[in-house]
Design a protein around this ligand. Structure first.
Ligand code: ATP
Length: 591
């Protein structure tokens, strides 16, 4: 496919905020592309070149990209800078200037770019390393720009700087595939959830159809999307949901890790499928030593532990491990314990369709355990009193609460799904809203006074799974230290967009809209009905949604969560209901 043809689709995608229309455009696009191209297009449309676990990101500095622009056209440097500032987008700025040039004298070569050659060059750009790498990258970029039309240049520049911002998410692509092939989305989702590779799924669907997709298997080295838990606040209800019996496990407060072992090679993937292996040399070491099988995919929670006492430390301590440099030193200063809770594959045997008891038995067989390299503490429970008592133990031991898991034969590992096979049970529910919410930033308001020049308040959203949208739930301006605001303003810069992103649902208009990208942990005093916010609008009361009263930033940046992992509207409704119930029962502090 010519790149110019892809650009026509991109322009159409950009000109609509209607999700159905976007889906139709994607259907048309994938129908037209051949299998190989369709795979590459699916990455590019999401603004990347690979699945997340490969760990190679686009994101050339704008300054360098502009250097490449100046190599192929004689636009004035100041003018270029001004235009980029004015437009707030390198893509349209360069397009405008190139279009002016082209209508006068043609300095560019012109010629046909194909999807494949644009992809190949972008990939080379990400891979160049070593001395002189920067110059080589700039030259490679100049090389394609020399053949690009102004419109093509718009998207090439956005892609290479990591700011594609088409408003298309992986789920939008899966939706389009299900329409294209006339099948239930779940068939396609399965393949995606066990591979986390949108390009692979699209390519296989195009080349081998739906049967091809069902033959896709899990593989060591390819991150699997995590199974997630629902939450309930009542021990009786939990047991009822699970048919009277469950395995209550400590819910450790750390970072989820998916460990892939292939002989001596250990890979570690985060909750959102990023490759975090290099941050944890100590974990690699202990896994090499203490996992006794040839190959496997296991899951555990890594928790910071006190060097002296060996006791578990709060989640925040793990933040010291999020670094690129001095990892060895950090590993010594901030050691972690690993608490294993699942096995997805061992020595080629796929386990995700087996029961929890079977998986846990297999898991125990391959772990050489010690105090800090062990199975999660667990207890089989059949009555509410025992469950409540075990919760108190978990809390006393430094955990967040429990995850109570289904023990029946149907207790498979449901990759990428939040369901009732696992139920979170936390202490938070015994008082007012002391539980935190993980919310996505969708907009920002400029600060005033001491906060001038930075964002002072953020508009936050919960994720609505049913409609795949982000619904506003509060404006938060407290709890931020000066350095937080500095950092957040910088972090958000690349995600500022000129109009409301298509997947955002908010009636409140912030000073700037933000493409959903960052999740922050927020705590509040209570959840209230709100005439302004759109979360759960109309679900509990006509014309009212839910909002968080007196929200505060807790200081936790949930960089381990993608926007789709935010607290869901459904969860907020559940939290609101249990809050009401407590007040009714006279247990809440409100009465
Ligand atoms: P939270 O924000 O409360 O950590 P979450 O949205 O990340 O939750 P949930 O599905 O709500 O994910 O809870 C499961 C998470 O709890 C897992 O992602 C994992 O990181 C953590 N966890 C800790 N202990 C366990 C355990 N024993 N079994 C499963 N998950 C556990």
């Amino acid at each position: 496919m010519d790149f110019s043809r892809l650009v026509e689709f991109y322009e159409r995608l950009e000109s609509t905020t209607k999700r159905l229309e976007m889906r139709e455009i994607l259907v048309e696009l994938f129908r037209e592309a051949d299998p190989e191209e369709a795979g590459l297009i699916s990455y590019m449309t999401l603004g990347t070149l690979h699945p997340p676990y490969i760990g190679i990101e686009l994101g050339m500095a704008e300054k360098l990209a502009l250097r490449a622009v100046r190599m192929v056209t004689d636009v004035d440097e100041d003018r270029l800078d001004r235009e980029v500032k004015a437009k707030g987008d390198i893509g349209t700025a360069v397009e405008t200037l190139l279009a002016e040039k082209k209508s006068g004298q043609t300095t560019l070569l012109g010629g046909r770019l194909t999807v494949q050659n644009v992809y190949a060059i972008l990939e080379r750009i990400t891979k160049v390393t070593g001395e002189g790498a920067v110059d080589v990258k700039v030259k490679l970029l100049a090389g394609i720009l020399a053949h690009a039309s102004p419109k093509e240049a718009r998207y090439i520049l956005r892609l290479v700087t990591g700011k594609m911002r088409l408003g298309v998410a992986d789920q939008s692509i899966l939706d389009a595939l299900s329409v294209l092939y006339g099948v239930e989305k779940s068939v396609i989702e399965r393949a995606y959830n066990i591979t986390s590779d949108i390009g692979l799924v699209v390519k296989v669907a195009k080349s081998a159809g739906i049967e091809g997709l069902s033959s896709i298997r899990m593989a060591v080295g390819r991150a699997v999307k995590p199974m997630l838990a629902e939450r309930l606040s009542d021990s009786r209800e939990i047991l009822e949901k699970l048919g009277g019996r469950g395995l209550a496990e400590y819910k450790y407060d750390g970072e989820r890790m998916q460990i892939h072992k292939d002989g001596e090679r250990i890979l570690i993937f985060s909750r959102r499928q990023e490759n975090i292996t290099s941050q944890y040399p100590d974990v690699q070491g202990s896994c090499r030593e203490r996992i006794i099988c040839k190959s496997c995919i296991l899951e555990c929670e890594a928790v910071a532990v006190d060097r002296e006492t060996g006791q578990m430390l709060p989640f925040q301590e793990l933040m010291h491990r999020r670094r690129k440099y001095d990892v060895e030193k950090a590993a010594k200063h901030y050691p972690v314990g690993l608490f294993f809770f699942d096995a997805l594959m061992i020595d080629g045997e796929e386990l995700i369709d087996r029961s929890l008891s079977y998986r846990r038995k297999k898991l125990s067989e391959v772990l050489e355990q010690n105090e800090h390299f062990t199975l999660t503490r667990a207890l089989e429970v059949t009555d509410p009193d025992t469950l409540e008592n075990f919760l108190l133990h978990a809390i006393e031991d430094g955990c967040e609460g429990l995850i109570v898991k289904d023990l029946s034969e149907k207790s498979i590992y449901r990759a990428g799904a939040r369901g009732w096979l696992w139920i979170k049970y936390k202490r938070s529910y015994v008082s007012k809203l002391v539980d935190t919410l993980d919310l996505t930033v969708i907009g920002a308001f400029y600060g005033t006074g001491k906060r001038a020049g930075r964002y002072g308040t953020l508009l936050m959203a919960a994720y609505d799974q049913a409609t795949d949208t982000f619904k506003s739930i509060c404006k938060v301006g407290t709890g931020f230290k000066d350095e937080d605001l500095e950092r957040i303003t910088e972090m958000l810069k690349p995600y500022v967009v000129p109009k409301r992103p298509p997947r955002v649902d908010s009636e409140m208009e912030p000073d700037v809209w933000i493409q959903p990208s960052f999740v922050l942990e927020i705590i509040g005093d209570e959840i209230t009905l709100s005439p302004i916010h759109t979360a759960a609008r109309g679900l509990l009361q006509r014309n009212a949604g839910l909002a968080i009263r007196f929200p505060r930033f807790t200081g936790k940046y949930r960089l381990d969560k993608s926007p789709e992992d935010s607290t869901t509207v459904e969860e907020v409704v559940e939290m609101y209901r249990s809050q009401l119930k407590r007040v009714e029962e006279g247990r809440g502090e409100a009465t």
